[in-house]
Design a protein around this ligand. Structure first.
Ligand code: HEC
Ligand code: HEC
Length: 206
């Protein structure tokens, strides 16, 4: 906990020094001023972030050490492990058995066919095991996502910037093929991550 608090302080100092607006591909990174977001507003932002992270378009890939992608959400009917006995292995890309890219081919714009394998212009693979979200509670994901040891060493600004540069995320908000997109918009999600960070990354468990 002490390590985390020090990290938060460093983030606040860093964000304060960050005065220039940074532009992503389609989004704007515009952190609110230090001290302008209350704990309550931070928790409200977190609740919306949890709506996103727990959504099937995100959590189906953010799975644990069993290395099994999930099929869940209305277009899949019932929640179940990925069909065809697919397992990603410790490589998380299927290198041990069948590469994810065999079906999730690396190219863009071909997601209009229902039940076809989603395709993006980058390698399709499971998220790192430390970023396990599937079936986790709001508090569990909250504590994990603010922990630099489990979030890829990212502060709020790096988390927010990462979100725009990842083509998988652009797919999650525009999945095609009748799939439900992740809630809110990518821009609103980025704004919420910044708001939550400026508020000091509050979790209901604090
Ligand atoms: C196709 C699988 C896949 C889907 C779907 C997916 N992710 Fe990820 N995610 C990854 C991979 C792979 C990484 C690690 C690569 C990286 O950090 O750049 C990652 C890393 C992350 C990270 C970095 C923090 C961490 O804990 O490592 C965040 C934040 C994130 N994803 C958010 C999301 C959100 C939000 C959605 C839904 C809108 C989503 N992801 C959907 C595969 C996925
Ligand atoms: C044999 C082909 C095939 C392989 C190999 C494959 N997939 Fe899939 N995948 C599919 C198909 C087809 C769908 C869509 C099924 C549907 O919509 O009913 C899918 C859907 C998914 C989804 C759900 C996306 C969503 O709509 O939320 C995830 C997550 C996923 N695959 C991850 C993986 C990962 C990770 C790998 C590698 C370990 C992998 N897949 C390997 C065919 C494959």
């Amino acid at each position: 906990m002490r390590i985390f608090r020090t990290g938060t302080l460093a983030i606040v100092v860093f964000l304060t020094a960050f005065t220039v607006w940074a532009e992503g591909e389609n989004t704007i990174i515009n952190p609110p001023a230090e001290g302008s977001i209350s704990r309550e507003e931070g928790l409200a932002a977190w609740a919306r972030i949890y709506d996103v992270t727990s959504h099937p378009r995100c959590s189906n890939c953010h799975v644990g050490a069993a290395n099994t992608p999930m099929w869940s959400g209305p277009t899949y009917g019932k929640t179940r492990p990925h069909g065809m006995n697919i397992t990603a292995g410790d490589s998380r890309i299927g290198a041990e058995t069948l590469l994810c890219s065999t079906c999730h081919v690396e190219r863009s714009g071909l997601n209009d066919i229902p039940h076809a394998a989603p395709q993006v212009a980058m390698a399709w693979q499971l998220a790192p095991v430390e970023a396990e979200w599937f079936g986790k509670s709001s508090v569990e994901i909250c504590e994990q996502l603010r922990d630099p040891g489990r979030n890829g060493g990212r502060d709020a600004l790096a988390l927010a910037s990462h979100l725009d540069h990842d083509l998988i995320l652009h797919w999650a908000w525009n999945p095609g093929g009748g799939r439900e997109p992740a809630p809110y918009s990518l821009q609103e999600h980025i704004d919420d991550v910044l708001r939550w960070g400026i508020a000091g990354f509050p979790c209901a468990s604090d």
